[in-house]
Design a protein around this ligand. Structure first.
Ligand code: UDP
Length: 328
């Protein structure tokens, strides 16, 4: 089969491309290299089954061309990272809403199954212990970047679902909870690459707020295996799936783990949210997914502990000191 992977040079897109190639498929990665990096796919550049197309999902002619020629579309191209969204809200909204609109329109034109990548941000401030897919969304003001981002991804979901309901286009949605691993950049705010880089440089570890907020971190390899399995499964059409881990850790504990595993002498520095992001910034206190639905559809189950994930990220940065020096 031949798959179009938008955002294929990005962190998750490049891991998905690797998996699809291993499975014997052909991959066209469409990426504008804004947050994606050629280095993420350097190891497959000479693979005859892989093609990188540098371009934008907002370019309708380009998306049309590759949508026609593929058997299915994984749409991962998006503005991601809380820091990026806060700093460039308009560009982020445009990429996320208009970009998904173009991809869905072209998928519909050629009747290709499409995966839309959403996020746990859509649940907003809902702190229930196990967020199920039909859980309420609890959001703050749409004038705050974080909640407008949440809404932009919800619009993507609505579009995907409506294409299925009204036009019968096979679409499915994955809601990614914090997904991490090698190749994720710390440049747009993501906590694990930042903490690991800070620890390796011996710089203070910047814990935002009081560090009591918690997250669950999923290994990227587990996320992309589920994506591929859901694409293969006909009954995934018209459905949304949480993909995440259930191993909850506070951000302060995470900082301590990183210090221990790197053997760093870094100290922990608490940074107020207003300084880290912007005045009035609201964080989520906790975010734990219910993952039973993906479990029952495709046997999804996280395979790596947080400690193993951190070890893999630390090993990655130790091998790539230039990334650490550049803060990427
Ligand atoms: N965070 C932090 N220090 C950093 C970057 C992030 O304490 O240098 C915190 C952030 O405020 C949040 C958590 O780590 O509470 C996870 O942040 P990330 O941006 O990775 O993901 P998200 O906020 O989308 O869960």
């Amino acid at each position: 089969m031949k798959f179009l992977v938008t955002g294929g040079a990005g962190f998750i897109g490049s891991h998905l491309s690797d998996l699809l190639l291993q499975q014997g498929h052909q991959v066209v990665a469409l990426d504008n290299l804004s947050t994606g990096r050629v280095d993420n796919i350097a190891h497959v550049r000479n693979n005859p089954n892989f093609q990188l197309v540098v371009g934008s999902i907002l370019d309708e002619r380009l998306v049309d061309k590759y949508a026609e020629r593929c058997d299915g579309i994984f749409h991962l191209a998006a503005a991601v990272g809380v820091e990026l969204i806060v700093k460039k809200p308009l560009e982020s909204l445009w990429t996320n809403i208009r970009g998904s609109e173009v991809v869905l329109e072209m998928a519909n034109r050629y009747q290709k199954k499409v995966m839309i990548t959403s996020t746990s941000e859509i649940y907003g401030k809902n702190t229930n212990s196990c967020l199920k897919e039909d859980e309420d969304r609890i959001l703050g003001s749409p004038l705050k970047s974080r909640w407008s981002y949440s809404t932009s991804k919800a619009v993507d979901e609505i579009l995907a679902y409506t294409y299925w309901k009204e036009k019968g286009l096979p679409t499915f949605i994955v809601r990614l909870f914090n997904t991490v691993g090698p190749r994720q950049t710390g440049h747009y705010g993501m906590v694990i690459p930042r903490f690991v880089q800070q620890a390796l440089k011996g710089e203070p570890i910047t814990v935002y707020g009081n560090g009591k907020q918690s997250r669950c971190f999923l290994y990227v390899g587990d996320a992309v295996r589920a994506m591929s399995a859901l694409m293969d499964l006909p009954t995934s059409a018209g459905e949304a799936f949480n993909l995440g881990s259930q191993e909850e850790v506070s951000i302060l504990q995470l900082a301590q783990m990183v210090i221990e595993l790197t053997g760093s002498r870094s100290e922990i520095r608490f940074v107020p949210y207003s300084e880290a992001y912007e005045a009035g910034f609201e964080d989520m206190f906790r975010r734990v997914p219910d993952i039973s639905k993906a479990g029952s559809f495709v046997g999804f189950k996280p395979t790596k502990t947080l400690k193993e994930i951190l070890q893999s990220v630390i090993a990655y940065y130790r091998k790539e000191p230039s990334l650490v020096a550049a803060g990427r």
